[in-house]
Write a protein that binds this ligand. Structure first.
Ligand SMILES: C[S@@+](CC[C@H](N)C(=O)[O-])C[C@H]1O[C@@H](n2cnc3c(N)ncnc32)[C@H](O)[C@@H]1O
Length: 304
């Protein structure tokens, strides 16, 4: 595989992002207000007013997340993953992916599962979740560096990943954390993109042929101390290029972000006055691993 060569960034010496991603703060998780029922997103612009979704439990203890069953059930105000975990993925995004690309009983892998959002959605939908991370938050999450997955080839039916977007969040002290690698660093992002290249290669190796994978990511921008040296990092486009080395693209979805910073007056004012943009969406890249060529067809074509 040829080494990945991102375009040289505008600057490489700034310390921390000034107005960047920040925690994906839930808007209504602290209240018990009902959230809208989950329905499948049907356009490539995905939106939902909460980080988490409610579920309904019927008299037999069956869990429902769909509209159809909820009338006969009691609502439980739930959280998938943890709202305390900085950078947690909106669970309804994962719910939508699993509804479309998996069936009950399928095995779903998240190599950077963080607070376990993917595992909780798997439980709700009767999928088997496998979660790894460098700082396991729960016993069922296994400690692992996702550049090498402890799984056989072709072992899982779906992969979801929400990786660090460069250095915007300090996830852990573990030196192997990809969140310590600057996508616009002195090395031109080589360490960050080289690591993500290995993670994506592993995602492809362990996924069954013909099945889907999804990567959720945002671009990044940061203000530097020196005028004219601000850095925009097109992480989405660069990771999409790496994904395309292995997978066929299925679609690109734009997920509206509900980060509370987006509504804060001081942040909006700074963006206007200093002429930059707050990040308003995340990419969701939906990919597919090519189906294995049928053995019989190969034999026939060889005979001809
Ligand atoms: C954006 S967070 C994932 C959030 C998660 N989807 C959730 O909902 O809680 C990125 C995660 O990647 C993990 N991580 C960073 N580098 C890693 C590596 N080399 N191997 C495994 N996990 C890593 C971090 O510890 C962090 O939990």
């Amino acid at each position: 595989m040829p080494p990945f060569r991102p375009r040289p960034p505008g600057s490489s010496r700034s310390p921390r992002p000034a107005f960047d991603r920040g925690p994906a703060a839930p808007r209504d998780s602290d209240t018990n207000a009902p959230r809208p029922p989950l329905t499948l997103q049907v356009t490539t612009l995905w939106d939902y007013p909460s980080q988490h979704y409610d579920r309904w439990v019927d008299r037999d203890g069956q869990v429902h997340t769909s509209k159809s069953a909820r009338a006969r059930s009691d609502r439980t105000h739930t959280m998938q993953g943890s709202k305390e975990y900085v950078g947690a993925t909106p669970s309804w995004v994962i719910w939508n992916l699993l509804m479309r690309y998996t069936a009950p009983g399928d095995t779903v892998l998240d190599p950077m599962v963080g607070s376990g959002t993917t595992l909780d959605v798997c439980t709700d939908l009767d999928r088997k979740g496998l979660g790894f991370d460098l700082q396991p938050q729960r016993p069922e999450i296994k400690l692992n560096d996702s550049r090498k997955l402890p799984l056989q080839a072709n072992a899982v039916d779906f992969v979801f990943i929400d990786p660090p977007f460069s250095t915007h969040v300090a996830y852990s002290e573990d030196p192997r954390c990809i969140g310590k690698l600057d996508a616009a660093g002195d090395d031109g992002g080589e360490a960050y993109y080289g690591s993500m290249q290995r993670v994506i290669g592993e995602m492809h190796r362990v996924l069954r042929p013909g099945r889907h994978a999804a990567l959720y990511v945002s671009d990044s921008w940061r203000r530097t101390q020196r005028a004219g040296r601000d850095v925009f990092m097109p992480i989405g486009f660069n990771l999409f290029a790496l994904l395309c080395d292995h997978f066929d693209p299925v679609d690109i979805v734009c997920v509206a972000r509900k980060n509370q910073k987006l509504a804060m007056g001081n942040h909006r004012k700074a963006a206007e006055e200093s002429n930059f943009f707050l990040r308003g969406f995340n990419y969701l890249f939906i990919m597919r691993k090519a189906a294995a060529a049928p053995a019989a067809a190969q034999t026939t074509s060889r005979r001809r």
